[in-house]
Design a protein around this ligand. Structure first.
Ligand SMILES: C[S@@+](CC[C@H](N)C(=O)[O-])C[C@H]1O[C@@H](n2cnc3c(N)ncnc32)[C@H](O)[C@@H]1O
Length: 411
């Protein structure tokens, strides 16, 4: 019988937890008019938490565990990445990195520099050429090229970002080549080669899935990928990549996938306030729409820029009604509907609080599916948190090195 790998064991535990508590996370909170679970202990717990404590609990794994751990057995052991991460061999470069001079990081946001430095410290020593996938201005590639004294190719589809990146590389004499290409096309994949160390920091759903699949096809030597935005995929429903993922498929919609990236770190007070207003207004409009049409089912609206929610509710409601091709009465009772929105938003926040207990397990499930896919394709795979959650909530790093037996098939 084949041996079950550490990653497989972690995935099976994660799947079991998500299956067991499926009713608590795989739902649409905006569609609920009351708490959707018949669970008196949970109900009592939720109603006893004062409104002003909700945000702090939502953002702290320790507080989540403190308030709800006893009601969801097994959550702690899966939600904490340390229990699923593979035993990590310290990279040969650990402790040997040159301190990055300030001039090289000019114009890069502080948190991005911290992410890049942490990322660099996880890379093994190698002489392979570097390829940076979905590079933006190529900050990661530029700093890695400087740090490891190796040339880098950076692929990016926004021409202005390529231009800005080329300019920065020239300014600092970094051997960085920009390729202006869409990574989802053969032109993008054509940059992949077997003898390469490929890096990707915060490449969205389909973009990093494409990388994994094309890199496997080409037989890339090393992959170091920090995934993000799992919901930005081509299909309505997530298609697991690994055999085990397909066996334990959770039938994840794009809405479900969004849960994995709902961790918000240190949003400023203004952003936080706008987010609350957005939820209140969307729900207030929903109440108005239900009153006008008799249809109480939630009907989604497009995303809009956050500044809308610093304006006027009536203005937003008119835009929303136009999107739904709905005529509004001459003088809707705006204060009444805003009050309905406030009440509904308080309920939604409590449902989200419970749902968010499962965002890290879901993210781990998704990253483990990618890890297992690579393992299945002959890579030795490591999964770890490469930096603190406060530096970026998308802090899971997938590292894969092609094993010699698999390499020989690609020669
Ligand atoms: C979240 S940003 C990450 C940028 C950079 N790696 C970083 O960490 O700062 C994702 C980048 O992918 C680029 N991108 C999006 N779709 C792409 C595509 N189809 N082909 C190439 N690049 C793409 C975007 O323009 C953006 O610069």
């Amino acid at each position: 019988m084949a041996e079950v790998s550490t990653l497989q064991q972690a995935f099976i535990r994660c799947s079991a937890l998500l299956q067991q508590y499926r009713d608590y996370w795989q739902l649409m909170p905006f569609s609920c008019q009351q708490l959707p679970w018949h669970n008196p202990a949970l109900q009592q717990r939720l109603l006893s938490i004062p409104e002003e404590q909700l945000a702090a609990i939502d953002q702290s794994p320790a507080l989540q565990q403190h308030h709800f751990g006893d009601l969801f057995a097994g959550l702690d052991s899966v939600a904490n990445y340390r229990h699923v991460a593979t035993a990590k061999t310290p990279p040969d470069s650990a402790g040997m990195l040159k301190p990055v001079p300030f001039w090289l990081t000019n114009g890069i946001a502080g948190r991005k520099v911290a992410q890049i430095t942490a990322f660099a410290s996880q890379l093994p020593q190698t002489s392979l050429p570097l390829l940076e996938w979905c590079a933006g201005k190529g900050h990661l590639g530029r700093l890695l090229s400087w740090q490891f004294e190796r040339p880098v190719t950076s692929i990016e589809w926004q021409q202005p970002l390529c231009v800005a990146g080329r300019h920065l590389a020239a300014q600092f004499h970094i051997p960085q080549r920009f390729v202006h290409a869409d990574v989802l096309t053969p032109q993008g994949s054509a940059e992949l080669a077997a003898q390469q160390q490929v890096v990707a920091l915060h490449a969205c759903g389909q973009l990093h899935i494409q990388l994994l699949q094309q890199a496997v096809a080409v037989g890339c030597q090393q992959l170091h990928v920090v995934p993000c935005c799992y919901h930005l995929i081509d299909s309505e429903q997530y298609q697991p990549l690994s055999a085990l993922g397909q066996q334990h498929d959770l039938a994840l919609s794009q809405h479900d996938l969004k849960l994995a990236v709902q961790g918000q770190v240190t949003a400023g007070a203004r952003t936080e306030k706008l987010r609350h207003t957005e939820v209140q207004w969307r729900l207030a409009y929903q109440a108005l729409r239900a009153a006008l049409t008799g249809d109480s089912n939630y009907r989604p609206l497009s995303s809009v820029a956050k500044h809308w929610f610093a304006g006027d509710f009536a203005h937003f409601a008119c835009w929303a009604a136009a999107e739904h091709q709905l005529s509004l009465p001459a003088k809707p009772d705006w204060p009444y509907y805003l009050q309905r929105g406030t009440t509904h938003a308080a309920l939604v926040r409590r449902i989200e609080l419970v749902r968010h207990l499962f965002r890290r397990p879901l993210e781990l499930w998704l990253v483990l599916d990618r890890a297992l896919y690579l393992e299945q394709q002959g890579y030795q795979v490591q999964l770890s948190a490469f930096c603190d959650y406060q530096v970026t909530p998308r802090n899971l790093l997938l590292q894969a090195v092609r094993q010699p037996a698999a390499v020989s098939q690609h020669i």
